[in-house]
Design a protein around this ligand. Structure first.
Ligand code: BGC
Length: 764
């Protein structure tokens, strides 16, 4: 072995993979798909002083020791391309073991490893698909200095348990009469358990779990309960969350109680799952969990291997009359640390920001998903668009690094990217394209900007280069014309027109190539950087030639997104740019200051309006309460962001969430400085000329807290409510010790602003 040999990942995770022999019967609910319960009894003849178990159960696994779950993580491990890589957890179980008899147990579920239903993204035929399986290895130090080691093997035993049916996109079916009391504790008679078989490993390389796991982060009590029909009860939890319902019940054995979850009610006041249940054949099983009572007295139950997107729970089959505490809602998602705060004198802006946050969290389950119900897919475009606000509001850096690995695991040898990550092969022919693939380029770059993470650039530069070269091979006269473009513009009401894909995606490609050149420069690869700089210039020139009229500022498409896109991507200069901006303002006024964009334009327009001097228009657009707009969603009771402006599809999507970044960066003005990333130097561009009387944004950067805000000066006598161009203001900003900042005020504000600058901030 040479000194520098790469460590063998299999040496750290050497458990044998075991599974339960499949029953030779068709998989039909309720009893065709039982989750295996594994157990092994062992004896320690001295007290344990340090004990660790490395464990992976695919798709999801729950490890138990002596009757207790070893951790508060759930839905573990996160979805990866299992035949390329899987994540295992290391649990410290010292306190759960004792001298004498011990038992280790594991319950394993299907998750995305064993998708048993027909699936539009072909996960049912994914190359990795197989029966649920597990592997573990244990290392226990005893007080007398000896070390006991064991791993999963044929000494384990397995049985079906009460989980008879569990399908991630549908629900769980649990018969509590089949519970085996004490199965995971010593002294249990396991003659009922059968042998395990040694199965094939998943194929991927093991890696230690290195991101925050999913947890139950909140338990919500319902805001209301009503009987919609005799015996059918409806709980409203007041917020649209991802997670599952929890049941408390008492009644006769075998009583079947069904909990059905949705995010929307129909006109009849009952559940309406239709907008999101398209992809499940058996509609009655969509987001429906069933519990059969054991009859042993007070019973509580939560599903284990599924999660749903919901605000409402319909309860059927409940013995007796339920009350507000019979059903709770558990909010479940990747437990991302919180690090952003936005406050505003306008409650609507705060509500929109809260919706941004809830939609982001509800869509983090080991990866950024599109929605927590219909698809649960890692759509790349959605994640690219929400990344800046996610980095400002939360700390998703470890989670992103994991997902970027998934991206490179799914990248094809020629560089192309699929529209969903992970994928079993679907998404290369449709659903990808520059705007979606942007996640591969932008997320590493944002991790550098917001975190100062140079290492991620080193890791990602080659995949990015390979990807961009593959796109370059697919262009004609420098123009790109594939992808989904400005997805989900308003339908009905205002807009009838979508910005052409060739406009948006050629512009995006230009920025991607320029970003690669910046990355190369950071990495000290000057020659390569210049080559891509030249290529970016060429794409820009092709864009101008094909889509713009220099004399008039006209951009093909002649819509809000076309103008905002050309300006956001810096493709116009001088007078042409000014004229294009005037055209953009004209478009905004023409639509009565409403947004007329899909997901791409929705990011560009707020930023362009703000940076070109009309933050008031951006503010009006954000806070309008009529169709289409964020404010319109909130006016209809939304607590999350929706997929479409008309609300006819999913009501928990985060692809329109860049407005959350605009609150922090556009309005309050906190921006990272590419020359000093990770907020070692912060650029502050607060916009008291936007509209609200008071705004404050805080962000816990890797260096410490940066904040910025403004408020009307009470000494002003203006009393507020006037437009931002008049009156005196107080602007306050701060940077952590050892860091610096530069504050820019809007034109005309220097004389009428009192500055409170905490830390080394200079006024530009
Ligand atoms: C998803 C989107 C996704 C899109 C791309 C939809 O079904 O929910 O969020 O980006 O497809 O086509």
């Amino acid at each position: 072995m040479t000194e520098h040999a790469a460590p063998d990942p299999f040496a750290d995770f050497d458990g044998l993979w075991i599974a339960m022999l499949p029953d030779l019967q068709p998989i039909t609910p309720p009893d065709g798909d039982p989750a295996p319960y594994f157990r092994k009894a062992f004896h320690l003849d001295a007290p344990p002083v340090k004990a660790e178990i490395r464990f992976c159960g695919l798709g999801y696994g729950e490890l138990r020791v002596n009757g207790r779950k070893v951790s508060d993580d759930v839905l573990q491990p996160p979805f990866t391309r299992y035949d390329a890589r899987f994540l295992y957890s290391t649990y410290d179980v010292t306190d759960l073991l004792a001298e004498g008899d011990n038992v280790v147990g594991a319950i394993v579920g299907n998750g995305m490893y064993n998708v048993i239903q027909k699936n539009p993204w072909n996960f049912d035929t994914a190359p990795w698909r197989s029966l649920p399986k597990m592997a573990l290895s244990a290392r226990i130090e005893l007080a007398d200095g000896r070390v006991v080691r064991f791993r999963s093997d044929t000494s384990f035993r397995v049985a079906r348990g009460p989980i008879l049916w569990h399908v991630l996109h549908e629900g769980e079916y649990y018969d509590a009469r089949l519970e085996r009391e004490g199965w995971d504790r010593p002294g249990f008679d396991d003659r009922d358990f059968g042998p395990v078989f040694l199965c094939r490993p998943p194929g991927g390389v093991p890696m230690p779990m290195d991101m925050e796991p999913c947890r139950v982060v909140r338990r919500l009590r319902a805001k209301s309960l009503r009987e919609v029909r005799p015996g059918v009860w409806l709980y409203d939890f007041g917020e649209n969350i991802a997670g599952w319902p929890a049941l408390r019940v008492r009644g006769p054995a075998g009583t079947a109680v069904t909990l059905r979850c949705t995010e929307k009610l129909g006109a009849d006041g009952d559940l309406d799952g239709a907008p999101v249940h398209d992809f499940v054949e058996a509609k009655e099983r969509f987001q429906a969990d069933t519990y059969l009572l054991s009859g042993r007295g007070d019973e509580t139950w939560e599903p284990r291997f599924v999660y749903h997107g919901f605000q409402y729970v319909r309860l059927e089959g409940f013995p007796g009359t339920p009350d507000l505490d019979s059903v709770a809602a558990c909010e479940v998602h990747t437990d991302l640390p919180d690090r952003g705060h936005f406050a505003c004198s306008d409650p609507l802006a705060e509500q929109i920001h809260a919706a941004v946050r809830l939609a982001t969290l509800g869509n983090w389950h080991g990866m950024p998903t599109d929605c927590p119900h219909r698809e649960k897919n890692g759509w790349t475009g959605d994640a690219a668009l929400s990344a800046e606000q996610a980095l400002l509001n939360f700390d998703p850096s470890r989670a992103y690094r994991k997902w970027l690995r998934d991206m490179t695991d799914c990248q094809r040898p020629d560089g192309r990217m699929p529209g969903i990550v992970p994928t079993g092969g679907w998404g290369f022919e449709w659903g990808n394209g520059p705007a979606w693939d942007d996640a591969l380029v932008l997320i590493p770059w944002y991790l550098y900007l917001y975190e100062g993470d140079r290492a991620i650039l080193e890791t990602m530069v080659e995949p990015i280069r390979r990807y961009l070269d593959s796109v370059a091979r697919q262009t004609e006269d420098g123009i790109i014309d594939f992808g989904l473009g400005d997805w989900c513009p308003p339908e009905g009401g205002f807009a009838t027109y979508k910005c052409p894909v060739r406009v948006s995606d050629t512009a995006i490609h230009a920025t991607q190539v320029r970003t690669l050149s910046r990355i190369l420069r950071v990495l000290g690869q000057g020659d390569a950087a210049r080559r891509y700089e030249t290529r970016a210039d060429a794409v820009g020139a092709a864009f101008r030639k094909a889509f713009t009229d220099e004399a008039t500022g006209w951009v093909e498409g002649d819509c809000q997104t076309s103008y905002a896109c050309a300006l956001y991507h810096g493709l116009l200069a001088g007078e042409t740019a000014r004229k294009a901006f005037d055209r953009l303002v004209g478009q905004v006024e023409r639509f009565d200051r409403h947004i007329d964009c899909g997901i791409l334009g929705a990011k560009y327009i707020l930023r362009v309006l703000t940076d070109w001097g009309r933050p008031d228009l951006a503010w009006a657009m954000v806070t309008h309460t009529t169709f289409p707009g964020w404010g319109h969603w909130i006016a209809q009771g939304a607590t999350t962001l929706w997929e479409t402006w008309d609300g006819e599809a999913s009501r928990n999507h985060h692809m329109f969430s860049d407005v959350g970044a605009w609150f922090h960066s556009g309005l309050a003005g906190i921006r990272p400085d590419p020359e000093n990333p990770g907020f070692r130097h912060t650029i502050f561009r607060p916009r008291p000329d936007a509209g609200p009387d008071q705004v404050l944004s805080r962000h816990r950067s890797p260096q410490g807290e940066v904040y910025c805000g403004f408020r009307r000066d009470p000494a002003d006598g203006d009393g507020g409510g006037g437009d931002g161009d008049r009156g005196r203001w107080i602007v306050e900003a701060g940077v952590p010790e050892g860091c610096t900042g530069t504050l820019y005020l809007p034109d005309g504000f220097a004389d009428r602003t009192t500055l409170v600058l905490n830390g080394a901030i200079r006024l530009a």
